[in-house]
Design a protein around this ligand. Structure first.
Ligand SMILES: [Zn+2]
Length: 72
């Protein structure tokens, strides 16, 4: 299916663009530098903060790059 390939490449290109942008700002692309996963932040989340698995909760691009095996 050609359409799926185009969609996949478009998404991958968007993701790479975001990574480049976050790298320039020194922020983790997964949590935008917050250090916590925003998807988990609902009314019950105040009990304990859910650290972002991409950067181990630091919100730094350098940590994200280490975890994901990328060179910064
Ligand atoms: Zn993160």
């Amino acid at each position: 299916m050609r359409l799926f390939n185009v969609l996949f490449e478009w998404k991958a290109a968007l993701y790479e663009k975001k990574i480049a942008k976050m790298q320039a700002q020194g922020k983790c692309p997964d949590c935008n530098g917050i250090g916590a996963n925003p998807l988990i932040m609902h009314e019950f989340a105040y009990i304990d903060r859910y650290d972002c698995p991409g950067c181990n909760g630091s919100g730094l691009f350098s940590d994200w790059a280490k975890v994901n095996g990328r060179h910064s």
